[in-house]
Ligand binder design. Structure first.
Ligand code: PAD
Ligand code: ZN
Ligand code: ZN
Length: 376
């Protein structure tokens, strides 16, 4: 029996307030309105960005349904939807691509003005959401909310992908892998022979390492306070790994010592802490070095730094989703995966049923997983 046009009752992981675990409850998901798409979610990756919301570091409106690294199948579409149809395998994405705003038109832009990751209202464009629990509205997050068996997103936030792509793997393409890889090829544009430093060796940092290796960086230095991350970092391309806790000097001085006093050509902060963002900047060459902020900073964080760090020529920049335009790039990245241009196997350390979501996040916080994948 078709569910199109009807309210669907399904399982979702709701966060009622910050610092509380997910509670799995039965919610109601309204049908998609005009230009919206209702998607049955198949698999979700566990990304640290959702944990930043859980800890209260990134401010949002509660109650909320998180989840933004997912693959699903279109269940039904609202009036006027033309780019996807029921049955299509898709990636719902936190960066829309309306194709009309200045960011969508600009060759280097990707932060479409229709995004909700800057303001985090947790609402659709009409000021409501399609989720409710016992009559009370639940907010969405980043326009995706994929920690639910069904979600509703705007058509601009959905990309159709190869029907044969394995959801429990390519879900990483919707955030972690593409962000890290794109930070290298789009945002930094690392040249062959470069020396790179990667701060933070989680799923995103390791994807930065994979990108540095593909573009032919000659030295790739992995930095983490958890040395258990080093073997995998080396397997994926790090030429050496250092633990800042092993040194009395600040890590930026250690990196200068390791590079004959020159500093690295490119540094990437893939943790989300103001101190490591400053250290990553200070680690790169004072003249032609570039430092890229990939980690999501706490909403209220501020950094004080000496402008002379930049005056001598350094570049400091950030990247959202590795600089990719979502609707254009996601199908291509999935095709590249299907053509075996890269593998995601080593990044996926745990695959578990959706109901184990709290366990999955505990593994991430304990530094025991790289990417956990939750399957419905
Ligand atoms: P993760 O928690 O798997 O990895 C973070 C790593 O940093 C861990 O291995 C930690 O041990 C390590 N670490 C923590 N503190 C320090 C420290 N002081 N010095 C050195 N290492 C440390 O997270 P992830 O890989 O899923 O995500 C990394 C960040 O990237 C996180 O802030 C996330 O929110 C952000 C992100 N940004 C985007 C984007 O579009 N810019 C997309 C996806 C994720
Ligand atoms: Zn993410
Ligand atoms: Zn746009």
């Amino acid at each position: 029996m078709s569910t199109a046009g009807k309210v669907i009752k399904c399982k979702a992981a709701v966060i009622w307030e910050p610092k509380k675990p997910f509670s799995i409850v039965e919610i109601e998901v309204a049908p998609p309105k005009a230009h919206e798409v209702r998607i049955k979610i198949l698999a979700n990756g566990i990304c640290r960005s959702d944990d930043h919301v859980l800890t209260g570091s990134v401010k949002v409106n509660f109650p909320i349904i998180l989840g933004h690294e997912a693959v699903g199948v279109v269940e039904s579409v609202g009036e006027g939807v033309t780019s996807v149809k029921p049955g299509d395998k898709v990636i719902p994405h936190f960066l829309p691509q309306c194709g009309e705003c200045k960011a969508c038109i600009h060759p280097r832009g990707n932060l479409c003005k229709k995004n909700d990751i800057v303001k985090c209202t947790g609402l659709m464009a009409d000021g409501t959401t399609r989720f409710s629990y016992q009559g009370k509205q639940i907010h969405n997050c980043g326009s995706t909310s994929t920690f639910s068996e069904y979600t509703v997103v705007h058509e601009d936030s959905v990309a159709k992908i190869d029907a044969a792509a394995p959801p429990e793997k390519v879900c990483l393409i919707s955030c972690g892998f593409s962000t890290g890889y794109g930070a290298v090829v789009n945002s930094a544009k690392v040249e062959p022979g470069s020396t790179c430093a990667v701060f933070g060796l989680g799923g995103v940092g390791l994807s930065v390492i994979m990108g540095c290796k593909v573009v032919g960086a000659s030295r790739i230095i992995g930095i983490d306070i958890n040395k258990d991350k080093f073997p995998l970092a080396k397997e994926l391309g790090a030429t050496e790994c250092v633990n800042p806790l092993d040194f009395k000097k600040p890590i930026n001085e250690v990196l200068f010592d390791m590079t004959d006093g020159e500093g690295v050509d490119y540094s990437f902060e893939v943790i989300g802490r103001p101190e490591t963002m400053s250290a990553a900047l200070a680690s790169c060459n004072m003249n032609y070095g570039t430092s890229v902020i990939v980690g999501v900073p706490p909403t209220t964080a501020e950094i004080t730094f000496s402008p002379s760090l930049l005056f001598t020529g350094r570049t400091w920049k950030g990247t959202v989703f590795g600089g990719w335009k979502s609707k254009d790039s996601l199908p291509r990245l999935v095709s590249d995966f299907m053509e075996k241009k890269f593998s995601l196997d080593l990044l996926i350390t745990h695959t578990m049923p959706f109901d184990k979501i709290n366990e999955g996040f505990e593994l991430l916080r304990a530094g025991k997983s790289i990417r956990g994948v939750l399957v419905f």
